[in-house]
Design a protein. Structure first.
Length: 283
C-alpha cells in the first residue's frame, strides 16, 4: 500500500488545486459548477470465493467541479473519500502443507477451522471523471456516467475462528501430533487474530448516477439520486497461494494468519458501491 500513497497524494493535490482555482472563478462564469456530495450506505469488497461474502456498509464524501458545454451537458472531475467493508465467511475449511519444525524435522502442518469469518476494511481516495446530462427547468432529471480511479489509503483484516485445530504429521514416524501447544499443535475455541494490514492496488471503476436536480434560487441547487459503482479490475495482487494458517518455526506458539485473499479460496477482488447520493451545488 505504501507504493500507492505518493500516487494518491499527488492526485489529491492536483484535484484540490484544480477545484480551488475553479471556486475562485465560478462566480464569474455560469458554465462552472462546484458541488459537495455524500453517498452510501452499501459499499463492500467482492471476490470470487467458495465462501459467503456478506456486504457491509460504507460512506463516500467528495468534491466535484463541472464545466457546462451547454445548458444540458457537462463534464465533471472530482475527488472522493470512500470506505468499504465486508465479511467473508466459511462454515469450515482446512489445509495442509510440508514445512520444517524448530528442530529441523520435516513434517506436514495441518489445520482445520470451523465458522471462520474474516472482516475486511478498506478506504480509498477516488478521482471520478463523469459526463452528465440534465433536462431544462427548475426541477431537472439528470443522469451521469463515467469512470473513476481509486488509490488505497488504508486497509485491514481480522479473522475469527469458532474452533481451530492444528496438528503435525511426521511421515518418517507415521505419527500425527495434536499437542503440545508450544509446538504449534492445539485445539482452540473462539480465536480472534490481531488486525493486520490489507494491501491493495489501484482500482478502476465504472460509475452511474441518476436522479432529480432541484434549483434553489439562481445559483444553488441540490441533487438527490441513486448511484452504482463497479470495479473493473482485480485490486489484490496475489503472489502464489499461501495457507490461511502459517506455521512459525522460530516461535511455534505464535502462528501467522494470512488473509483469505492470499489463499486459493478467493480471487478476483473488486470494489462495489451503491445507494443514495446527495449533492449540494453552487453555480
Amino acid at each position: 500500500m505504501k507504493k500507492n500513497i505518493n500516487s494518491y497524494i499527488t492526485s489529491l493535490a492536483i484535484c484540490t488545486a484544480f477545484l480551488a482555482t475553479s471556486l475562485n472563478s465560478y462566480g464569474q462564469d455560469k458554465k462552472q459548477e462546484f458541488s459537495i456530495s455524500l453517498g452510501g450506505p452499501f459499499s463492500y469488497i467482492d471476490s470470487n470465493s467458495s465462501g459467503k461474502t456478506v456486504p457491509g456498509n460504507g460512506v463516500s464524501a467528495g468534491l466535484r467541479y463541472s464545466y457546462y458545454l451547454n445548458e444540458g451537458l457537462s463534464v465533471g472531475v472530482g475527488v472522493e473519500y470512500q470506505t468499504y467493508n465486508s465479511d467473508l465467511k466459511f462454515n469450515s475449511l482446512s489445509g495442509a502443507y510440508f514445512t520444517t519444525d524448530a528442530e529441523s524435522e520435516n513434517f506436514q502442518f495441518r489445520y482445520r477451522g470451523t465458522n471462520v469469518r474474516e472482516e475486511q476494511k478498506l478506504a480509498y481516495i477516488n478521482v471520478p471523471i463523469t459526463l452528465q446530462f440534465e433536462t431544462p427547468g427548475t426541477s431537472k432529471f439528470y443522469i451521469a456516467g463515467g469512470a473513476k480511479i481509486g488509490f488505497a489509503s488504508s486497509g485491514s483484516y481480522q479473522t475469527t475462528f469458532q474452533n481451530l485445530t492444528t496438528s503435525g504429521y511426521y511421515p518418517q514416524y507415521n505419527v500425527e501430533l495434536f499437542n503440545p501447544a508450544f509446538a504449534g499443535f492445539a485445539n482452540t475455541n473462539n480465536l480472534q487474530t490481531v488486525k493486520q494490514d490489507l494491501d491493495t492496488e489501484v482500482s478502476y471503476s465504472a460509475t452511474l448516477e441518476t436522479g432529480l436536480k432541484q434549483e434553489l434560487g439562481s445559483r444553488n441547487s441540490i441533487y438527490i439520486g441513486v448511484y452504482f459503482e463497479y470495479g473493473l479490475n482485480n485490486i489484490y495482487d496475489k503472489n502464489g497461494n499461501k495457507p490461511l494458517v502459517q506455521y512459525n518455526a522460530e516461535l511455534p506458539v505464535e502462528l501467522g494468519y494470512n488473509t483469505l485473499f492470499d489463499t486459493a479460496l478467493s480471487s478476483n477482488v473488486r470494489l462495489v458501491s451503491y445507494g443514495l447520493k446527495l449533492r449540494f451545488a453552487l453555480r
